[in-house]
Design a binder for this molecule. Sequence first.
Ligand SMILES: Cc1cc2nc3c(=O)[nH]c(=O)nc-3n(C[C@H](O)[C@H](O)[C@H](O)COP(=O)(O)OP(=O)(O)OC[C@H]3O[C@@H](n4cnc5c(N)ncnc54)[C@H](O)[C@@H]3O)c2cc1C
Length: 392
Amino acid sequence: MARTQVGIVGAGPAGLLLAHLLHRRGIDTAVIDNRPRAVIETIIRAGVLEQATVDLMHEIGVGDRLVREGAVHHGFVLRFAGASHRIDLTALTGGKYITVYPQHEVLKDLIAARLAAGLDVRFGVRNTSVHGLDGGRPSIRFTDADGQAQALECDIVAGCDGFHGICREAIPAAARTEYHRVYPFGWFGILAEAPPSSDELIYARHARGFALVSTRSPTLQRMYFQCPPDERPEAWSEARIWDELDARTQGAGFRVKHGPIVQRNVVAMRSFVCEPMRHGRLVLAGDAAHVVPPTGAKGLNLAAADAFVLARALAAYFADGSEALLDAYSATALRRVWRVQHFSWWMTSMLHRFDGTGAFDERRQLAELDLVTGTEPGRRLLAETYVGQPFG
Ligand SMILES: Cc1cc2nc3c(=O)[nH]c(=O)nc-3n(C[C@H](O)[C@H](O)[C@H](O)COP(=O)(O)OP(=O)(O)OC[C@H]3O[C@@H](n4cnc5c(N)ncnc54)[C@H](O)[C@@H]3O)c2cc1C
């Protein structure tokens, strides 16, 4: 049986960042993922990186392309009641900003660096299972891409396998508590070949529902609008999609720039937390333990924060057997998780149309938006939370 110190299930942001951070501390890791590398490197997801996530990429030596190709944003725009309100992130936070750099580009950088260092990462595995977490010898079993059965003995198993992974389920139901909120809508996302419509992200609240205008590159734009959770993207013509985006965003001289739509999908909206994030020799990180709706742009950043806290705890454990930080991992990570849950729920509740809640709720939303754009404390709270706090 092969052996490693930390066996990592999942080569998403949580798993790969953790693997790099542990490698830098001289800890041996192996990473497995059930998706092929080509799929991992092309699926479009998050794109907003907090400063702390960017700093982490630099710390592990993979920040160069991000600096060259990422776009620094010093603010974003909230649009409601026909007017735009800029949130000046840098002025309100004493110099902080966010960087727009797509998640799959982050993953390309992390995978390339791991392979260049000759470290173990296996894609396209099947039948993953985890064993011996409660005191036996922990191990991960899987079928590799060549169809060979493999077993990996580990000191610690890190479940970084996302919301639909298998690691969370390995914690006995009686030993975990799960908190769910499923929103009664989804996000219809498009990727369009067009020039940017705006230098900064635009979050729009409209009576027809939420819309987000974001950018990927000088020629490729990502936009979203609120839709029913079971919407079928292929049922929409391009003209209907642009009409909907125009209706929710245009006015006061602004109109999104149209172009051929090259990708479309519907994203589910949920809030989820599993407590605790450690059980015996198993630790959870990222979406395996918590999911936020994308409105606050926090999912990837939260996965990075988990990896940071967990790497520090595992470094202490492997240095001298001290379990104090490992024991504290779940509570430390969950404190940030719940704050971010609050922020993501708040942004979602402030900007989306909730059918059946009536005119009162609409007026309340507008009052809340007025508070966060029209007062200094409101703007500051929004800006500070959006750019994020340091991980350590
Ligand atoms: C469609 C979509 C759109 C999103 N958009 C945004 C956004 O705009 N902004 C934002 O901040 N966040 C967004 N998110 C959330 C963000 O992408 C996630 O929070 C982030 O990917 C979490 O990273 P992770 O490493 O924890 O999990 P993941 O990225 O899900 O990675 C988990 C990995 O584990 C692997 N895996 C799963 N099961 C197994 C198994 N049994 N064996 C081996 N490997 C396994 C998976 O293949 C995957 O590669 C979006 C998420 C989705 C699904």
